[in-house]
Design a protein around this ligand. Structure first.
Ligand code: GDP
Ligand code: IMO
Ligand code: MG
Length: 431
């Protein structure tokens, strides 16, 4: 039995979806624990590309159970849309394949409106560049104790009561603060009672189900969204998402005990990308940055925005190892570094005459950081057909070795292409 957490080590889009899909083969349960449909996880299976925003990336295996934990924020329209798409692909999502935690909070129409209005009202330099999916306002209500949970819509009286209070408060904000049109209680009530009917068979107690699975010796895979530097506590605040993205939240966000976790796999892209605004010390503004963006196909899987690109940053990677207790790395998109000339790895930062070996907490300092690089030889060969470490060019092997040394963490997986089989599984975390 093994229970494994997969998390992003950078600013998201490291290739978590691909690795989760790959490792689902060895798992019985795949569980999302935080974030919402701000995530975009891409899977390429049998030449077909799938992008999941809310449904766990294990859903393509028909004999595995997927779960959406209490730490996730759910937009029911998006969830039902993903279920309908899977249905059309011949992979219907039935209650024996998906459980949704009754305690997961719902993204309401007013959360999306407030996300947009709040971003719009900010000055250019202060905009977070959110995905506009209502994530921040929904988590905000959860923390303020005014949120609406998935289970609440099954109790019409309770739902009406909570919705009425929210509509009153949100209409004040929308009309008075943002000069926007108000929302209508009846419209939302009708819409959500419709969702309640469709979602009722899926809503349950994820914590209890996971505990039973664990006792029965099942393997559980926890699928993180976003990345460590987007963590609400440990990331480049305020340019972060509104949840804890780190491994500890796999337990809080599902109701699973920390002592039962066996391994944490950190997904590390072989270079760095960021989508949205906020500081990014190793960002490249030259032709190398453009080349990585083009070759890596670096466009947001959720918003379609161009991702900013830069060199691998091992300050970020070491922070991730510490914050998540990473036991093995999955280094992805190694193929993109082929034929990019000589490479650089950021190993520390400098600002105002001071050296930094971890990301500083002060955002103004973070904005002033200059990375200190070490040069490392590149390789020209296409490595997308390589399936064993011995077949890799020496320079690529040295690159991996250097990352392992700088992070003091072994590589468990190397990924050389988007497809399931374009992978070198060096150490299976489930074994
Ligand atoms: P996630 O949010 O962490 O799941 O990552 P995304 O799906 O947003 O972005 C990763 C992108 O890289 C997707 O388009 C994947 O299909 C692709 N990808 C994943 N691993 C590899 C790899 O090793 N090589 C290449 N070339 N593409 C990859
Ligand atoms: P996956 O799971 C990359 C970024 C947004 C923005 C900030 C806050 O695919 O790796 P939010 O809508 O969450 O309030 O936006 O976080 N962001 C992501 N960036 N990958 C993601 O998810 C992201 N989810 C949110 O671009 O900068
Ligand atoms: Mg993504």
């Amino acid at each position: 039995m093994a229970n494994v957490i997969i998390i992003g080590t950078q600013w998201g889009d490291e290739g978590k979806g691909k690795i989760v899909d790959l490792l689902t083969r060895y798992a019985d349960y795949v569980v999302r624990f935080q974030g919402g449909n701000n995530a975009g996880h891409t899977l390429v299976v049998d030449g077909k590309k799938y992008i999941f925003h809310l449904i766990p990336s294990g859903i393509l295996y028909d004999n595995k159970k997927c779960m959406i934990g209490n730490g996730v924020v759910i937009d029911p329209e998006i969830l039902l849309g993903e279920m309908a798409e899977l249905d059309a692909t011949g992979l219907p999502v039935t209650p024996n394949r998906l459980t949704i935690s009754e305690n997961a909070h719902l993204i309401m129409p007013y959360h999306k409106l407030l996300d947009g209005a709040s971003e719009q009202s900010k000055e250019d330099g202060a905009k977070i560049g959110t995905t506009g999916r209502g994530i921040g306002p929904c988590y905000g209500d959860k923390i303020l104790r005014t949120g609406i949970k998935a289970g609440d819509i099954l109790d019409e009286a309770l739902f009406r009561e909570k919705l009425r209070e929210n509509v009153e408060e949100k209409n004040f904000l929308l009309t008075e603060k943002y000069q926007a049109a108000p929302i209508k209680f009846d419209d939302i009530l009708r819409e959500f009672l419709g969702y309640a009917e469709q979602l009722a068979p899926f809503i349950g107690n994820v914590s209890v189900e996971l505990d039973e699975a664990r006792k029965a010796g099942k393997h559980i895979l926890f699928e993180g969204a976003q990345g460590t530097q987007l963590d609400i506590d440990h990331g480049t605040y305020p340019f972060v998402t509104s949840s804890n993205t780190i491994a500890g939240n796999a337990c809080t966000g599902t109701g699973f005990g920390p002592a039962h976790i066996d391994a944490v796999i950190g997904i590390l892209k072989a270079y760095t990308t960021r989508v949205g605004s906020g500081p990014f010390p190793s960002e490249l503004f030259d032709e190398t940055g453009d080349a990585l963006q083009k070759k890596g196909g670096e466009f947001g899987a959720t918003t379609g925005r161009k991702r900013r690109c830069g060199w691998l940053d091992t300050v970020v990677a070491r922070d991730a190892v510490r914050l998540n207790g990473i036991t093995g790395l999955a280094i992805t998109k190694l193929d993109v570094l082929s034929n990019q000339g000589n490479l650089k790895i950021a190993t520390s930062y400098e600002a105002d005459g001071k050296r930094y070996h971890a990301m500083p907490g002060n955002i103004r300092t973070v904005e002033r950081l200059t990375p200190c690089y070490e040069d490392i030889a590149g390789w020209q060969e296409d490595i997308s057909r390589v399936r064993s470490i011995e077949e890799l060019p020496v320079a690529a092997r040295d690159y991996v070795k250097r990352v392992e040394d700088l992070t003091e963490t072994p590589a468990s997986v190397l990924s050389v292409g988007p497809a399931r089989d374009e992978t070198l599984l060096l150490r299976n975390p489930f074994e």
